[in-house]
Design a protein around this ligand. Sequence first.
Ligand SMILES: C[S@@+](CC[C@H](N)C(=O)[O-])C[C@H]1O[C@@H](n2cnc3c(N)ncnc32)[C@H](O)[C@@H]1O
Length: 250
Amino acid sequence: MINLRSFAGQPLTCTRMCFLVNCLKRLKSSQQWLSRQNADPYVEKAKIHNYRCRSAFKLLEMNEKTNILTPGLTVVDLGSCPGSWTQVAVQKTNADGADPTKPRGKVLSIDKLQTFPIEGATIVNHMDFSTIEAHDKVVELLNGKMVDLVLSDMAPSATGVRELDKDRIIGLCYMAIRFAALVTKVDGNLLFKVWDGKEVPILEMDLERFYKSIKILKPQASRSESSEKFILARGFKGIQRPLQNGRWEN
Ligand SMILES: C[S@@+](CC[C@H](N)C(=O)[O-])C[C@H]1O[C@@H](n2cnc3c(N)ncnc32)[C@H](O)[C@@H]1O
């Protein structure tokens, strides 16, 4: 029972009251999160198949429909932590060389948090992808190799202010698009997460300039109450890239 005049021996000022209300709200939403996790079949399935989180099934399902991940491909995974998309990318591209009869792929993952090691993947930890240093690091690790597929499951930490959160994820999407334009092979692909809203048709229009086809995907493993969707842009048309000697390359 909360005493409305004082809390923890201190008089209940407006600030303390707001703090208390926020704590109660957080407690309620963590309880909802826990019961949703317990009832979620993908959480159990992820444990059985040794994936780091249920998101693995979103990528597996999208790959089932589109076949974007095949042995031998070079893949960059943006926003990789805890690592389930990287695990799927390594398996499907044979980046760990598990199948010696198939070509061996390459997977490079980056996150501002720490993704613990995954055999077959090169992981860049504690790097914010919005910085030039992060782009330079990934380009350096690619060592001149062009990329077949850029994945981005990057999502900002929610502030709770809907419009602000949406703006931030759109910022991340454009970052992924710009990066993909610089490193992707002609005919390569880009798959990224977005939250549904009026910005999505604008994103699609922008992508049409650089890719042959655009598709919106909502895998079953993505919770129906979540506004997340994935945009798959296929067949990169290529851009003119400046060469160091001042000429241009396609
Ligand atoms: C939904 S999680 C990714 C889950 C991952 N695909 C998996 O399957 O394990 C989103 C990730 O995006 C990362 N992220 C968000 N903004 C970022 C940024 N600017 N630079 C790097 N990582 C970022 C977060 O740290 C978070 O780990």
